[in-house]
Design a protein around this ligand. Structure first.
Ligand SMILES: Nc1ncnc2c1ncn2[C@@H]1O[C@H](COP(=O)(O)OP(=O)(O)OP(=O)(O)O)[C@@H](O)[C@H]1O
Ligand SMILES: Nc1ncnc2c1ncn2[C@@H]1O[C@H](COP(=O)(O)OP(=O)(O)OP(=O)(O)O)[C@@H](O)[C@H]1O
Lengths: 229, 229
């Protein structure tokens, strides 16, 4: 993807535009508020002040030259829906619209938006799942059944090669990463503190799990819990 | 984790509390607005109306009985910071605070919050990365260097076993999933449409990649792009 238009420069829109711009994508960042547009103009490449819900103004930006559009407007549901429909009428190649409520998401689904992002809800589910897993230091939701979690390696794995442990066969999980840690040299601390010395992602069969390692495991949630001490 | 207090029932807080509650966790959902508390009282288990920035009111909830607290307040940065500090003084075991801006996140970091969630920024970075990967249908950010993406299997992989392809050796990536698809039987559509027939996560060495498959690949971003046609 080479050219992307981001409409609405609140937190979500601004960070999306900035990330794309810093990665070398041609970004057009649009907002209807003058002071917001001038505030970001040196940071985001091309910034344009216009009311994107006005179809002529949007059309003058030559929408069919863009590879993708992100409608990042939060509070104003009407504007978000109108702009989304204008972009569809102008035959935008790829469209991502941000939802600010489940009703908003339902409407966007009904009008045919394939990619809906709902920041507050998506991160809330991720946060709740992260809280519920014991011992894990990080958590990724792959699908309803599968997750990736990072856990302290069980004692029985210490000093064994991955090939010896045959984890896919025994636990129905896949180890996709190993983090080797040592204990931080601080005798005044009463809590163990670790330093991460090395992280191996996509490990080989001959890699060895050691004491204090964290292992990053992919598998069904119920299978992973069998690995947790 | 068994008992969790969620303070602030906006979109983020409400979805966090609901996800925990539906998973069987004892949730105390707190908000200072009466109508919000009564709106959610049948859905969230225990709901309490109180001003959490008032330390005595917070203390009366017996904070040391909780395993974790989530401060989900968005707009009111002062309340978010005050409540966070009260919870730290009351020795909460685990604390997650939501940030609404980079300055807010900086302050939370300085006052010692280990787990900061910034929904708008986190999903924006994920959205931008998803947009930038060509052909991919989904994307997870594992770390700054590594990602997981889902891409159409390259033609040269069709009808070969994973073991034959030796992808870790050749491409420095790991295939962690295969989605088998067939073409939807709809001759009136001019665009190909696929049905997902089967998804294998954590595949075996003998699993075969076929035409129209999507493969879920873990690896360094630059290595993954070598796999994309
Ligand atoms: N019709 C429109 N055309 C262009 N920009 C618009 C239009 N309507 C709203 N905006 C802009 O969208 C931006 C984001 O909207 P919103 O008020 O929802 O921000 P926010 O809720 O702070 O977003 P975030 O949650 O991402 O921080 C605002 O800066 C606003 O000026
Ligand atoms: N001191 C406080 N004690 C308890 N609840 C509070 C306090 N201050 C604010 N809240 C509540 O926090 C909730 C969420 O705050 P906020 O106004 O940021 O919602 P929001 O921006 O809509 O959140 P979201 O982005 O998650 O949708 C509100 O319902 C508000 O009543």
């Amino acid at each position: 993807m080479q050219r992307c238009i981001v409409i609405g420069l609140g937190n979500f829109g601004y960070t999306t535009a900035l990330t794309l711009y810093q990665a070398g994508i041609d970004v057009i960042a649009v907002d209807s508020q003058k002071d917001i547009v001038s505030y970001y103009k040196d940071e985001l490449g091309v910034t344009i002040c216009c009311d994107a819900s006005n179809k002529e103004q949007l059309e003058s930006l030559q929408i069919n030259n863009f590879d993708a559009a992100v409608v990042a407007i939060g509070q104003n549901m009407t504007a978000s829906i109108l702009i989304t429909m204008h972009l569809q009428d102008l035959k935008i190649k790829r469209l991502i619209t941000r939802a600010i409520s489940t009703d908003h998401a339902k409407i966007l689904e009904k009008i045919g938006v394939d990619e809906i992002i709902y920041p507050e809800q998506d991160t809330a589910i991720k946060t709740a799942n992260k809280l519920m897993m014991k011992n894990i230091t990080d958590y990724l939701h792959i699908s309803d059944e599968y997750s990736i979690i990072e856990i302290p390696a069980p004692e029985e794995f210490f000093n064994k090669k991955l090939a010896e442990l045959a984890i896919p066969k025994t636990y129905n999980c896949q180890v996709i990463g190993i983090k080797y840690r040592s204990i931080a040299p601080d005798d005044q601390k009463d809590e163990k503190e670790f330093i991460i010395e090395q992280t191996i992602i996509a490990p080989n069969a001959n890699d060895i799990i050691r004491k204090n390692c964290l292992i990053i495991v992919l598998g069904k949630t119920e299978d992973i819990s069998r690995l947790q001490t």
